[in-house]
Write a protein that binds this ligand. Sequence first.
Ligand code: ATP
Length: 209
Amino acid sequence: MTGGDPLRLGILGGTFDPPHYGHLALAETARVQLGLARVLFVPAGDPPHKPGYPLSPAVHRAAMVKAAIADHPAFVLSRVDLDRPGPHYTVDMLALLGKMFPEAEFYFLMGSDSLAEFPTWRDPVGIIRQAVLAVMERPGGNADLDRLEREVPGIRERVVWLDAPRLDLSATDLRRRVREGLPVRYLVPPAVEAYIREHRLYLRGNGDA
Ligand code: ATP
């Protein structure tokens, strides 16, 4: 980056229940391919209490993200969606980050499953006005850009495809593996696996099938 270039920041929002190598590959590919100064990992806050809601408490999800990114100097945990009351819409999160980093150019990182659902998000045009979407293909998540362009005009020129291998990893499947006593080693960072074991996460069904 030369002196006059804007600060390029990546943002990876998610539930991270738990964080896994799919998230980390997405963040690292984007960082290198797009020359990002930093990638902010933004765990979603706790939703308003609903009986039987399957998400693990934010304190665990944030701690696991911290553990997952501890060895990477450009990866940072952002509490922007943890420390404010919900609902946590991406369009609002970007506006808040825009105030915190007024000189930054934002890249919102996502898998192609999220891109396929993007038109259903709150104010998608407002999101692509504030950030470029950096997308990693994901098995089962096919996004048709012609359809997306009809539903969210202008999106085509705000999407960048990342050159990463497709990794068939999901937090849902990892929770099942823990519950069923299958290994998660080599699927999540060792520190995340240690945290899951220490806090006995995912041992009982939490709403997943
Ligand atoms: P769950 O299975 O609980 O829905 P998840 O594995 O999809 O979780 P999230 O925290 O919901 O993880 O994902 C945050 C973001 O990371 C989303 O944009 C998602 O598309 C992306 N992502 C997660 N896993 C992958 C993967 N294996 N490849 C590419 N993108 C991924």
